[in-house]
Design a protein around this ligand. Structure first.
Ligand SMILES: [Ca+2]
Ligand SMILES: [Ca+2]
Length: 878
């Protein structure tokens, strides 16, 4: 559920100088926290009950008596839902609001005898949005006019802002005045032609609540488009410069549009993709440029996937990341290949250097509009821009569209920290504060506030920049439920102007301070239906797995892991009767998942009830919540939590071995690939990729993360075929699971190279089946409701799903499609009387399957009986 992990500050490559000067201002005796909210130019809200006789604002060394304005208006209460019961007070007209906002503020409430009831600081986001509303229409960051750069930064509370210009990052800067527009709070400077290529920072003098003092610091530009290595300085670069565009970029033929319901996504980390590929030139391993190396094993595999029907490559974060040093990266100081499969040594050795090594997932944004430098062959400056575009172009040329994982819901730092960019320019504005004035951290990190005008604007413009200047084809919003729905819809409108087929999806989880629409209407699973923005579908995922990602004991079984049909002896699922009940409910959840979790799709449950998806229970929430099938991202694994092979290692009975383990991999992946929703698979699961049971590999180094392309033959990566048994998973995320990990690493064998090839071939077959017909991407609620049926409902063989798709009149490929999903250890017969007399055949792809078990598949036309092999998804067509 959480997409990010605790951030380890980089020990090298601090981004900016720390505060250089500070001067005391008038201080308000004993004021603590920031519990007063200045919500618009005239109004301050405060949690005081009736006994306050006098409430005053202390600003600029003066005290102003506030007039009691009673309860919040309805509009105010809606805009500030968490504080709807606060009292409001009117700010006197003689107060110079702009001036007051440049210094320390305190609100003091006193009772009738002068006793202090409350003395606290003031949150100012609301008043800034009101007073400087016009800033929303300004161009910020770097713009070019007649080949001359202009720089603009919004800093309404700053006392001064100057531009420090450096010919190189190490050179002494020349300092240039910036002019403030008092109406918008924007400071700007017009540059000369020869500023191009130079480096800069803003020298900001601003009162900061963290120290209660005026601080002067040099800060990079949040709107940076290029950076020096390790993000020490922003760089003045024209993204339209032809030197930063690969040959053919302007005339690039984008792949044809794909309906979301037909999208097949492969989620990959830039470094994992190629760092262990020995056929990749060494200097390109782990880089953007690796994707351009046709002829390498990794790219050849991607070409095979594309040819079979993969449509999108989803890249884990590629904006400027705070936690990967871009130069001088540390290496583990030991021979990782020499330790035992269940040893704690590997993770211990990686743990020593993990803060400084080249690996992190990257859920710790530093600059949102610049590609990360460590993935470029030269981290210093604009080379990364060119190489990023070359990557996009290479993927597009394979017919693959590119999706960026974007993490606007938090930043790496806030306050005065070295990784704080926004908050050193407009302190207290860009992050979401709690009632005390502390930054909310429910995302794991410093939660941002997209509900504030200027961060909403930033996100929309950032998305536009990636869509327009990097020509990406989609975005995945990390913890999208932490954004207002309006913010995501504004992004959608903006990117669709650039590309009407831009794909948008995100994590629509509902938790933290925003949960239940507590602050605004969120962009969550239950609110995004009908928008065309998809959300990850945890319902099918959990039903297939059994249990949930946060179980203490990882052995709980589900639909795809042997529940009831091959018990693993963990004792977690009760007696046989209880197991059967759980299995039947899990199968119901998988069925609604196969149709894209449509709220209004009607199905008959195992209990015999006929209900719409919205009334099927998922842990107390509605299982069905979408309006259109393409609004569900259907998946059984992702970068978060155990990868599929490891999940199966924990959950499947240990006796499942050899090809049967590969078959279980494929039958689970088929749930994503052959669903009506968006199909989503994490890279390498088709190759039985393992992370040695690591459930959160965000900082586990290349060793636990890399895709092992040479099946145990890449020297530096040891002899594990797939990454299984390369040590106990890292203690910093997985130590609590070590007892089970140790047992599992010893009891389960890593797959053979032949089994891995088998798994890959089976996945390619399933992609080919999905792309051979429109049957698995009908695209609309109406077609799905009319054409997809589960004729045996919950009443067939327990743990087996039979699905029919009526394609008459829809495509040239087939009239009828019947799918038997059978993760059980036995072959099954499923009789569908309606199909009696039909001429159903095994799908042509399966007639040539690498799995000889499909030879046993068959159809008895007289009775309408399908025979399907064990541990397989069998597709019949007419
Ligand atoms: Ca970086
Ligand atoms: Ca690291």
């Amino acid at each position: 559920m959480t997409a990010c992990a605790p951030v380890v500050p980089p020990s090298s490559g601090a981004t900016v100088d720390s505060a250089t000067t500070a001067s005391a201002t008038t201080s308000s005796a004993d004021a603590d926290g920031q519990r007063a909210l200045w919500i618009d130019a005239e109004t301050i809200a405060l949690d005081v009950s009736g006994e306050a006789e006098e409430v005053v604002l202390q600003a600029a060394g003066e005290e102003y008596v506030l007039e009691d304005a009673g309860a919040m208006t309805e509009e105010q209460a809606d805009a500030h839902r968490r504080y709807a019961d606060y009292a409001t007070f009117t700010v006197p007209r003689q107060l110079d609001v702009a001036e007051a906002l440049r210094g320390e503020l305190a609100v003091v409430a006193r009772d009738g005898s002068g006793g202090v009831l409350e003395a606290t600081g003031v949150q100012i986001a609301g008043v800034l949005d009101d007073v400087y509303a016009d800033a929303a229409d300004e161009d910020l960051g770097l713009t070019w006019k007649n080949k001359k750069p202009e720089l603009a930064v919004w800093a309404p509370t700053a006392r001064s802002v100057e531009l420090e210009l450096h010919t190189t990052p190490d050179a002494e800067p020349t300092v240039h005045r910036m002019k403030q527009d008092k109406r918008t709070g924007v400071w700007s400077v017009k540059g000369k032609k020869d500023w191009e290529g130079q480096f800069y920072r803003y020298r900001v003098e601003v009162w900061h609540p963290e120290t209660g003092q005026v601080e002067t610091h040099s800060v990079t530009d949040p709107y940076s488009v290029s950076l020096a290595a390790d993000s020490t300085h922003s760089q003045i670069v024209d993204l339209e410069d032809p030197a930063l565009m690969p040959e053919g970029w302007e005339g690039l033929d984008k792949p044809a549009a794909v309906d979301p319901a037909a999208a097949q996504i492969w989620e990959v980390h830039v470094r994992d993709f190629s760092v262990a590929d020995e056929t990749m030139p060494e200097d390109l391993r782990g880089t953007y440029s690796a994707f351009t190396e046709s002829g390498s094993t990794s790219v050849g595999h991607l070409e095979d996937l594309a040819e079979a029907g993969l449509t999108h490559v989803h890249l884990l974060p590629t904006y400027d990341i705070a936690t990967i040093p871009e130069v001088d990266q540390a290496q583990p100081d030991c021979d990782l290949t020499e330790f035992a499969p269940d040893s704690p040594e590997q993770q211990a050795c990686i743990g020593e250097v993990r803060g400084d090594d080249a690996f992190n997932w990257g859920y710790d944004p530093l600059h949102f509009n610049v590609p990360e430098g460590s993935y470029a062959t030269d981290a210093d400056g604009a080379q990364r821009i060119l190489e990023y575009r070359e990557m996009v172009m290479a993927l597009n040329d394979m017919g693959l569209r590119v999706v960026n994982d974007v993490v606007y819901n938090h930043t790496s730092g806030s306050g005065l920290s070295d990784t704080s960019v926004f908050d050193r320019i407009v302190p207290g504005y860009y992050h979401r504060l709690d009632a005390e004035g502390n930054v909310e951290r429910s995302t794991c990190c410093e939660n941002t506030a997209p509900e504030h005008t200027m961060f909403d604007k930033f996100i929309v413009e950032s998305a536009q920049l990636w869509a327009e200047t990097y020509r990406i084809d989609g975005m995945r919003f990390d913890l999208m439920g932490h954004h207002p729905k309006d913010n995501i819809l504004a992004v959608q409108e903006a990117v669709e102007e650039i590309d009407p087929d831009f794909l948008l999806y995100g994590e629509g989880w509902d938790f933290g301070e925003v949960a239940g629409n507590a602050m605004f209407e969120q962009a969550s699973q239950l609110t995004m239906g009908g928008t065309g923005v998809a959300t990850f579908n945890d319902r099918l995922r959990d039903a297939a797995h059994g249990g949930g990602p946060f179980d203490e004991d990882p052995r709980m079984q589900g639909f795809g892991t042997g529940l009831w049909t091959q018990d693993n002896g963990s004792g977690l699922t009760g007696d046989e009767g209880q197991q059967l009940d759980q299995l039947l409910h899990a199968a119901d959840l998988v069925r609604i998942g196969l149709v894209g979790n449509l709220a209004d799709y009607t199905l008959t449950t195992a209990g015999g009830e006929t209900v719409p998806g919205s009334e099927l229970d998922y842990n107390g929430a509605p299982a069905g919540y979408t309006e259109q099938p393409g609004e569900a991202v259907t998946y059984v694994d992702a970068h978060d939590n155990e990868i599929l092979f490891d999940l199966l290692a924990y959950k499947l009975d240990h006796d499942v071995a050899g090809l049967d383990r590969a078959r279980m991999q494929s039958v689970n992946l088929s749930l994503a690939t052959l669903s009506q929703g968006i199909g989503f698979v994490t890279a390498g699961s088709e190759l039985m990729r393992s992370k040695s049971l690591d459930r959160d590999s965000y900082d586990s180094g290349d060793w636990f993360n890399a895709i092992r392309w040479q099946c145990g033959a890449a020297e530096e990566f040891g002899d594990s075929t797939n990454g299984f048994g390369v040590g106990l998973p890292p203690a910093w995320t997985s130590e609590a699971k070590w007892p089970w990990a140790e047992e599992t690493l010893n009891a389960v064998e890593a797959p053979t190279c032949e089994e891995i090839e088998f798994s890959r071939d089976r996945h390619l077959e399933q992609l080919r089946i999905a792309s051979s017909t429109g049957a698995f991407s009908l695209g609309t609620f109406e077609d799905v409701a009319e054409r997809v049926e589960f004729p045996l409902d919950g009443a067939g063989e327990p743990g087996v799903i039979t699905m029919t798709i009526d394609m008459s009149g829809l495509d040239d490929a087939f009239e009828q499609v019947t799918v038997i999903i059978n993760p059980t250890p036995e072959p099954v017969e499923q009789t569908v009387p309606e199909r009696a007399g039909a001429a159903m055949d095994l799908h042509p792809v399966l007639q040539d399957s690498v799995d000889e078990a499909f030879a046993e598949a068959g159809f008895d036309a007289e009775a309408g009986t399908f025979t399907a092999p064990a541990r397989a998804t069998t597709v019949f067509v007419e």
